[in-house]
Design a protein around this ligand. Structure first.
Ligand code: GLN
Length: 618
């Protein structure tokens, strides 16, 4: 078993370890209750024995006290055998032989549901014996092997059977024998009752320690997959069925009070073992042999009660806050794409940009949080335009959420709103949402690479709709934004100085850290500017088109290049040697005034945009 877990870190584990150890030493003071002696071998247990273990669904374990002490699991075997029967025979066949109604009677009551000709539930002896009958094929050796295999799969290690306890119970278990024969009499079980009882006594005699039992419980918490081995011991629906019956019947005639107080599916056994499950989170096991009058471990009950109260684990307490599902919302008027655009285009986008709205989702998506998300999306869709729903920060997407979200494309299309979905990643794969979106009718939903791409495409479409296409190529230098307002003689001087350069797609024009030797004006193509994060990853922060310049900071300062500039496709540039350009500007004050004014205007526009973005993304 893993001693540390890299995913959660030893810190988290030790914290729980300390908590469990504190709890253990506090509850050791409880000395009420008696060790069970009706099975003589059980009477030999140390009444002071006390262990607690907790297994998270990722396999992290914390344990305290005598958690490594192996004892027989007794009735704790019942839910696990019940699951094996459900798995092997299906619900209907199992329900025909054992019900799911609590009895309110003692675990070993000779009590049968005569109306339905079956025991009331699989957590009391009668029901468990009926389940063993379903799993027995009449050959004790093979029954034993299969049963032992089941519990070993559940614990994630080979478990043994305590043959002394088995013998002791076989010898003295007349009451269980009476129950078996009674059920044989009324046709509730078939086959050889002795073979069935052998299997039942053996499953009760499986040896496990608290850590094993915590892993077994965590397997139920984990949809039937053992968190240590990954083995799918039960299908998820069977794991759910097991937990349902544990919740209603697992604590015998204390079941009602238990679910009221502690609120967790659980199962106890007369050896003093007890396991409880927090579905989706962890399994808990406690062992302490002193039992109360009902047959439940006194310290075991108290430990579970304390843990449930300390951490607010009651299954019916509200654990989730669907209100937090919307991380933030903004429009493309607030957050523009990083593409540098002529002033006229910027003005147009500021006027019309609000037609694209972004909703960034966060946290787990389940029925209530997804409902809030689709409700908000529906409200925004009333304005038409484009809606980007971003899942980049969204956690898991469950079945209910996928069902609700899957209806969005058609619902929004019906309101004249185009849906773009971004940020769905591998961790959302199992939800099937991506597949549902693929199956949506053409035009109902698009899947851009990210929010930035969605905004950029939206801007392009707006601009294309509003005005005739721009020249894809800068015909003359007078069209360059940096030189707007320059006199013809100055432009001629600039033409003479310019060096024409061509770059292949993907070619690096400027590398971060280079000495800044030139200012570039792009004549054709696109150049991407990327900033470099401290971890070395480059991120596109700007895209420059024909008529725009890059590397122009060389005019203002003598610092190394701050970003990369790469040709996005084939690119053609005018390059102006920085030193010569500075000299030219010094010699021609009117040109200098125009160039610096143009430069300031573009920097001011970028700053305004950055400020808007900071506010929108706050
Ligand atoms: N083997 C025990 C019996 O049948 C199991 C009962 C229990 O743990 N409650 O008596």
């Amino acid at each position: 078993m893993p001693e540390t877990d890299a995913a959660t870190g030893p810190g988290a584990r030790h914290l729980l370890q300390d908590y469990l150890e504190r709890l253990c030493s506090e509850l050791r003071g409880l000395s009420a209750g008696e060790v069970a002696t009706y099975i003589p071998e059980l009477g030999r247990a140390d009444p002071e024995g006390f262990g607690i273990a907790l297994a998270m669904v990722d396999g992290t374990l914390a344990a305290a006290g005598d958690a490594a002490e192996e004892v027989t699991i007794q009735s704790v075997s019942k839910p696990f055998m019940y699951g094996a029967a459900l798995e092997a025979l299906g619900r209907e066949a199992v329900m025909a032989r054992v019900g799911v109604e609590p009895t309110g009677e003692r675990f070993n009551a000779i009590l049968l549901d005569e109306e339905n000709n079956r025991p009331f539930n699989p957590m009391v002896n009668a029901g468990a014996i009926a389940v063993s009958a379903l799993l027995s094929d009449g050959s004790p050796a093979e029954d034993e092997l299969r049963m032992q295999g089941l519990f070993s799969d559940l614990a994630g290690r080979p478990l043994e059977i305590d043959l002394t306890v088995f013998g002791s119970e076989k010898e003295t278990g007349h009451r269980n024998r009476a129950i078996a024969w009674l059920m044989l009499n009324s046709g509730m079980i078939e086959g050889d009752p002795d073979a069935v009882l052998d299997l039942y006594f053996k499953q009760c005699s499986v040896l496990a320690d608290c850590r094993d039992l915590a892993v077994m419980a965590a397997t139920l918490a984990n949809g039937g997959a053992n968190p240590l081995t990954g083995r799918q011991v039960y299908s998820a629906p069977v794991a759910q069925d097991i937990l349902s019956v544990m919740a209603t019947c697992g604590m015998y005639d204390y079941a009602g009070q238990w679910i009221f107080d502690v609120g967790l599916p659980a199962k106890s056994g007369v050896s003093g073992m007890l396991c409880a499950v927090v579905p989706g989170q962890f399994g808990l096991a406690v062992w302490s042999p002193r039992l109360d009058a009902v047959g439940n471990s006194v310290r075991g009950i108290e430990a579970c009660r304390r843990i449930a109260a300390d951490f607010g684990l009651h299954a019916f307490a509200p654990h989730l806050d669907p209100g937090a599902v919307i991380r933030r919302e903004y429009s493309s008027a607030e957050v523009a794409s990083c593409r540098e655009r002529p002033q006229a285009d910027c003005a147009l986008l500021e006027r019309e940009g609000a037609a694209l709205r972004v909703i960034e989702l966060q946290g787990p998506l389940y029925f209530a949080s997804a409902e809030k998300a689709v409700r908000r999306a529906g409200a925004l869709a009333e304005r038409g335009g484009t809606l980007v729903l971003d899942f980049h920060h969204a956690g898991s997407i469950d079945r209910a959420a996928a069902a609700l979200l899957g209806q969005l494309p058609a619902a929004l299309a019906g309101r004249g709103c185009q849906l773009c979905v971004t940020g769905l990643g591998p961790r959302h794969e199992s939800s099937g949402l991506a597949r549902q979106l693929e199956e949506a009718p053409a035009g109902h939903v698009t899947r851009p690479a990210g929010i930035a791409e969605a905004i950029e495409a939206h801007e392009e479409a707006l601009i294309a709709r509003a005005q005739p296409p721009r020249e894809a190529r800068l015909a003359r230098l007078s069209g360059a934004a940096l030189f707007a307002g320059a006199a013809p003689a100055d432009l001629a001087a600039l033409e003479r100085m310019a060096v024409r350069l061509s770059f292949a797609p993907g070619e690096r024009i400027i590398a971060r850290g280079d000495t800044a030797r030139a200012v570039f004006v792009l004549a054709a193509g696109q150049v991407d500017i990327s900033a470099v994060a401290p971890d070395g990853t480059a991120r596109r922060v700007s895209a420059v088109g024909p008529g725009q310049s890059f590397g122009e900071m060389a005019l203002l300062e003598d610092a190394p290049r701050a970003s990369h500039a790469d040709a996005a496709g084939a690119a053609e540039c005018y390059a102006f040697p920085a030193a010569a350009l500075r000299e030219l500007l010094a010699a021609r004050p009117a040109l200098a005034a125009a160039v610096y004014a143009n430069l300031s205007r573009s920097l001011a526009a970028r700053l305004r945009q950055a400020n808007r973005q900071i506010i929108a993304l706050d």
